[in-house]
Design a protein. Structure first.
Lengths: 370, 931
């Protein structure tokens, strides 16, 4: 392998990319606008949850409860009859239905501990879970405030002090921004290298290269470094300008260490891109394959939901995917400020997976050129 | 017009079959046709001649009605082609075979299936189709290959198949666009004989042919010479020759060109090779053989080429020329035999030999994204020229190949002839001793071609460069020092062109080649038998028929047969495309598993550890309370703050608990104690859940303690809040997610497959069959939709099975209701795909575009996470009109809420309305002609 050839071929790739307006747009869009909007649009868990109230008591306390639900967390409550309740929930109109029984206030004041029923449509997981907690605490505080006019509540001896580390306010847009950067790194590196190879094949230029004194390894390495570099530059720009600048997300750890990890991840994903391109052969087939590969890679790597809650077998399988290690590394460095002493196992794993993918793809690539 | 050259041709009507008035056509800024006016006589064999890119194909596609007329008037068979009604009436009378080998064929379909498809499009019944197909395949000699996929046919056979497809409905006007380009001379001759027989059997049929071969054109009745979007001249071949005083049509064509283009043109004259120069052997092939599986592409080929010689390789597409060249350059390792360059055996890994060879491949294969200069520079560097010598070398090549004026232009902006010069310049940049050129002049106009050969001559004679060139032009082959005739992987003969003609006693090279080919095939190919079936209409007065009211064969009405023709073909094609079929069948299941397991909101097995500074039974009891819950898994105790910090940074711990010293004592004495809990906030959703769990556990520990301390009365609260988690009592993620994911996947994947089915045809060119056959838009759309609806229903069953049997989601409602809802929904999904396909033109754009258009509304606005009732603004509007919203209600209702049709009918109404709306929208937006 000659470094000069690799350099020349890589420069050619970069020139080709600059002249492809679609891919250039995709890169710029993915690392700026897309990250910004995705982070801003990160939904709050509870937003205008639909709630209906069956008020069979019509007492001051029940009215007090009814008026305690308001936007943005809840829609203004629908006051309905007990008969309507089931039909409305079946039709999916309400997520919550609160049933305040007759004589609630009287029983409450008499210390008979009456029961309020809260119906939750548990097919709506996100709202059901957090929303249930909200409704519970709103009802409790309204009732105890009402009761406090009559008597004082007793003290509890042990307090629990909860603190969130690394993101004290549990700001979801921080998480959204970084998650998107991570997934765009994977997506673009695969698309760019795969498309670069398929474009050459469709234009017949790859054959032309082979009659020149260059080896398949040189061709492949040149595509890897050039496309990897593009994504690396776009990533650093995105992290410093968009994430730290516009979105004002604090980055805890060392950016340089993260970029080193990114370089290893790119080594693995660009090799994967070449591999997919050799399997697909044409651009449309590459697009279809991409859908089937990219989604599992991103969703199951722990970047979107915690790995702990996935079945054991999937967790084990996903250790073979570079994304899993990259997500761990990125979260550790960017959110928790971890250093080399913490993330070295991930770096090692990425280097290992990258090498295996590279060698495997090189073999496929050689066969593909025949 | 009353041409006198009619003598000898069948009594032809005097009227013109095609009349073109001031027609212009532009593709963006490029002007393909420039105010062309032309009358083409009926009942003749008419040729359109000229090099590539002069507007021949554009003109033919306008005549065939495949393309929208931008300017001017086109009358075909006595009617205006701008009038949709006339097009509907005439298109069953026109047959159109577009340019490109087998472009309107379906490569994965067999020969029979291809012709059968066309028969169905023209509404023929089963018996009629079988009879006609049998006759056509018999007369074209394709009958033995009826089951072979069209993609695996040789070029000549593909063209014959194309002809079969065109002739299945007895056309009055046959339009052939370069039908014989890249086909071997024997197949070419057979092709023309076939056309002759068909014309004899169907007198009065007009044939319009575009061709780049002047030898062929010389045999036509009437010619139109075109250049740069204009008609240069029309008339019988003899007239054109007489007018220009040229000996052959090539020369006549050049003479017809405007003065400025002809400037500097000279006949190519290659001086003879000096005697006794044959000393060094540059290229040597010994028994070269190449097999791909069972197929022998190159069979025992041997030859020797001397240094400085121009050696030509003559043969049809797919006869093994390119494969032989690849073996010589080391691109392909030979299965058997040896290749030597300059006495050294070719070794694919030996890069040194490559530096002595310049190679120019068949298609233009330079980087279109690099300028002329950058292309030259890149190749110079890859061939390791001295960096300081490169600029001078580039300048030298630019001057020699006359590229100096366009050094900074992009190759795409240059005419074909100049691009070929650039390719040659690139191949020569490192001053190789040998050039291997694979069909370097395909599609290049005669003047540029002569210029190109002049350069080759100079290279050979002045610089002693060995040139190995392949071509399928006979007049180019005649310029070579020696040629090899190649057919089906074998070299038939190798000698000087003159010697070959002499041995065979032929009149020219083409005839000699045909003689050799016939010898190789064994039997003299039987002339095609005339088709037995007689045309339905009386031939003598076809013209009268056009003029009068033509009875139409139901071309405007909806025909089930034509619709099912598309359904059948689509299903066959899908079955033979592994990646698309895999996506169609397994893609949705794979994605369902991924989403089901990945988007799991149950948070379990969270790791936590404790820094217990109290270490009493009470503190251990507190820890046990957490460790005992199913949500948390306890890790080794934390030793100090540094340990806590490190383990939280690495992500090992999601929760750390610190219990202060004196915890038990203080609590017992009623003094305020604080337990500290640190939560990893990196993943906010998970952190919120952890918070909730910890608070809950803490509260229940407190209650328990209170009960221990103060007795039972202490635990009675003021009131009770009884929570009923309805429909999903375990509050399990999967139970909630699975019924919601099914609508999502049933939208995205069927829509994408439907989009691709149309856009693929647009990209590959077979959409032309829709443009020029009597298929209506509705037949086309519904026909294409049906197989995907069936496939989507299969997907639906598989997804439901995954949900019920793998995810263990209980199905409580009416399955029949769910299935009916799904059927309506997938009809809508595929219908949306077809609507989207009307404004997408490339497959890759279709894939990404469709994902965006289907995924975002389905995920965000259809009540998957947030119910539509909580949306606002545009999102709420989209949510209310998007079909996923309603199918989501049906899916959840039948899966989890034990509902049936009586409860859910209101969700069916919008779906029922959407089906016809989408169908009409698709039919309105779909174009029946290319624009």
């Amino acid at each position: 392998m000659r470094a000069a050839n690799v350099l020349q071929l890589g420069i050619k790739e970069l020139r080709g990319l600059v002249r492809d307006p679609v891919l250039m747009f995709l890169i710029v869009y993915a690392f700026t606008v897309s990250i910004y909007t995705a982070s801003r649009a990160m939904p709050e868990t509870l937003n205008r949850a639909a709630i209906a109230i069956v008020d069979e008591d019509q007492s001051p306390v029940s009215v007090r409860i009814s008026t305690a639900f308001y936007p943005p967390y809840f829609t203004p409550p629908q006051l309905i009859t007990p008969q309507e309740m089931d039909a409305r929930m079946d039709a999916g109109l309400d997520t919550f239905a609160l049933d305040i029984p007759p004589d609630f206030q009287r029983d409450l004041l008499a210390g008979r501990a009456p029961t309020i029923q809260l119906n939750i449509d548990a097919t709506r997981m996100t709202q059901a879970f957090t929303g249930g907690g909200y409704v519970q605490s709103i009802v409790s505080s309204e009732v105890s405030e009402f009761l406090n006019r009559y008597r004082r509540a007793s003290d509890v001896p042990v307090d629990l002090v909860l603190r969130s580390r690394f993101n004290a306010e549990l700001n979801k847009s921080w998480f959204g921004a970084i998650t998107n950067v991570i997934s765009h790194i994977t997506m673009l590196s695969i698309i760019l290298t795969g498309a670069a190879l398929i474009r050459e094949r469709e234009h017949g230029t790859i054959e032309h290269l082979l009659v020149m004194p260059v080896t398949p390894t040189e061709i492949m390495v040149s595509k890897i470094w050039s496309m990897g570099l593009v994504v690396l530059v776009a990533t650093s720009f995105s992290l410093t300008v968009v994430v730290q600048g516009f979105l004002a997300v604090p980055i805890q750890g060392s950016l340089a260490l993260f970029l080193a990890g990114t370089a290893l991840q790119l080594f693995a994903t660009t090799s994967l891109g070449i591999f997919l391109a050799t399997v697909a052969g044409s651009m449309p087939q590459f697009g279809l394959l991409l859908m089937m590969v990219l989604l599992p890679l991103q969703v199951l790597s722990g970047g979107v939901t915690p790995r702990e809650s996935m079945p054991e077998i999937i967790q084990v399988i996903m250790y073979a995917a570079p994304n899993t290690h990259f997500v761990m590394l990125a979260q550790a460095i960017l959110f928790r400020g971890a250093g080399l002493d913490v993330v070295w196992p991930q770096l090692l794993a990425l280097a290992g997976i990258g090498t295996v993918l590279f060698l495997f793809s090189l073999q496929r690539f050689r066969a593909f050129l025949r | 017009m009353s041409p006198s050259e009619e003598a000898g041709t069948p009594p032809a009507p005097v009227r013109s079959v095609v009349s073109v008035q001031a027609v212009s056509l532009s593709y963006g800024k490029t002007r393909a046709l420039d105010a062309v006016s032309l009358d083409i006589p009926a009942g003749r064999m008419v040729g359109l001649i000229g090099p590539d890119g002069v507007g021949k194909s554009s003109l033919l596609s306008l005549i065939a009605g495949a393309r929208v007329i931008q300017q001017g008037q086109v009358e075909v068979l006595g009617g205006d082609m701008a009038d949709a009604r006339h097009r509907r009436i005439t298109c069953p009378k026109i047959a159109y075979m577009p340019q490109g080998l087998g472009k309107n064929l379906y490569p994965t379909l067999s020969v029979f299936e291809n012709v059968d498809f066309f028969g169905r499009l023209f509404g023929q019944g089963r018996a009629e189709r079988e009879r006609r197909i049998g006759e056509l395949l018999e007369s074209t000699g394709l009958a033995p290959f009826a089951d072979r996929p069209a993609g695996k046919l040789s070029g000549g056979m593909k063209q014959k198949l194309g002809l079969c497809c065109a002739l299945i409905h007895d056309p009055d006007l046959l339009i052939l666009d370069e039908p014989t380009t890249g086909v071997d001379p024997l197949s070419r001759r057979q092709f023309w004989e076939l056309i002759e027989t068909i014309r004899a059997g169907r007198r009065g049929m007009s044939v319009i042919v575009a061709t780049a071969y002047m030898e062929e054109a010389a045999r036509f009745d009437w010619l139109v010479a075109m250049d740069a979007g204009k008609v240069l001249a029309t008339g019988a071949p003899a007239d054109l020759l007489a007018k220009t005083g040229a000996a052959n049509l090539d020369a006549a064509f050049i003479a017809l060109l405007p003065e400025e283009q002809r400037a500097g043109h000279q006949e190519v004259v290659i001086p003879p090779r000096p005697e006794g120069a044959d000393g060094e052997i540059a290229i040597e092939a010994e028994h070269l053989t190449m097999r791909f599986g069972d197929f022998t592409a190159v069979d025992d080929v041997s030859f020797r080429i001397a240094r400085g010689e121009i050696f030509g390789f003559l043969g049809s597409n797919g006869c093994g020329k390119t494969t032989t060249m690849k073996m010589l350059t080391g691109l392909l390792p030979a299965t058997e035999g040896k290749a030597r360059l300059f006495g050294q055996e070719v070794d694919p890994d030996d890069l040194a030999v490559r530096r002595r060879v310049g190679y120019m491949s068949q298609a233009f294969s330079l980087y279109t994204e690099l300028t002329v200069r950058q292309n030259l520079d890149l190749h110079a560097r890859l061939f390791r020229l001295e960096p300081q010598a490169i600029p001078a070398r580039i300048a030298e090549m630019a001057q020699r190949f006359d590229l100096a004026d366009m050094m900074d232009a992009l190759p795409d902006a240059l005419p074909l002839g100049i691009r070929q010069r650039l390719s040659l310049a690139v191949a020569m940049i490192h001053a190789p001793d040998m050039l291997i050129l694979d069909e370097p002049t395909s599609g290049v106009d005669p003047i540029a071609r002569d210029g190109f050969w002049q350069i080759l001559s100079d290279l050979s004679r002045k610089d002693n460069v060995t040139i190995f060139v392949s071509t399928h032009f006979m007049n180019e082959a005649a310029l070579c020092d020696r040629i090899s005739l190649m057919h089906a992987g074998k070299v038939l003969v190798s000698d000087r062109p003159a010697a070959i003609i002499e041995t065979r006693g032929a009149k020219d090279l083409e005839e000699a080649f045909i003689a050799y080919l016939e010898g190789a095939i064994g039997t003299k190919a039987a002339p095609a038998a005339p088709p037995e079936h007689q045309p339905v209409s009386a031939t003598s007065d076809l013209v009268e028929e056009w003029a009068g009211k033509v009875a139409t064969d139901g071309g405007t009405k909806f025909s089930l047969r034509r619709m099912f023709a598309y359904t059948r073909r689509e299903a066959l094609e899908l079955r033979r495309d592994p990646i698309r079929a895999a996506l169609a069948i397994l893609g949705s299941v794979l994605l369902m598993l991924v989403v089901g397991y990945g988007i799991n909101l149950d948070v379990e097995n969270l790791s936590f550890a404790v820094l217990d500074r109290d270490d009493t039974t009470v503190s251990r009891d507190y820890v046990l309370q957490i460790a005992g819950s199913r949500y948390f898994t306890q890790k080794a105790p934390i030793t100090d703050y540094a340990d806590l910090d490190r383990r939280m940074r690495s992500g090992e711990l999601s929760l750390a608990i610190e219990i202060p010293p004196g915890f038990a004592r203080d609590a017992a004495h009623g003094r305020k104690v604080q337990v500290a809990a640190w939560i990893d906030g990196a993943m906010p959703v998970r952190a919120e859940t952890v918070q909730g769990y910890v608070q809950g556990i803490h509260a229940s520990w407190l209650t328990q303690k209170a009960r221990e301390l103060y007795g039972k009365s202490a635990t009675v609260g003021d009131f009770q809040l009884q929570i009923r988690y309805r429909y999903n009592p375990g509050v399990e993620s999967l139970v909630a997610m699975a019924p919601a994911v099914i609508p999502l996947l049933l939208m995205m994947i069927p829509a994408m497959l439907a989009v691709l089915s149309v856009v693929r045809e647009k990209e590959l060119g077979s959409i032309i069959n829709f443009y020029v056959t009597p298929v209506t838009r509705l037949e086309f759309l519904v026909g294409k939709q049906l197989p995907y609806v069936a496939l989507a229903m299969l997907n639906f069953l598989m997804l439901t099975a995954v949900a019920v049997f793998i995810f263990r989601v209980p199905f409580t409602g009416s399955f029949l209701t769910f299935t009916f809802g799904a059927l309506l929904y997938v009809i809508i999904a595929t219908g949306m795909g077809l609507v989207i396909s009307t404004f997408m033109s490339s497959q890759i754009a279709a894939i990404f575009g469709t994902s965006l258009i289907t995924l975002i509304p389905a995920v965000q606005f259809s009540g998957m996470t947030d119910p539509v009732s909580s949306l606002q603004g545009a999102g709420a509007f989209i949510g209310r009109i998007y079909p996923t919203t309603y199918f989501m209600v049906i899916a959840r209702g039948t899966f989890s809420k034990a509902l049936d049709f009586a409860d859910l009918w209101s969700a069916f109404v919008p779906l029922l309305i959407t089906v016809p709306v989408l169908l009409c929208l698709g039919a309105v937006l779909l174009k029946k002609q290319a624009t």
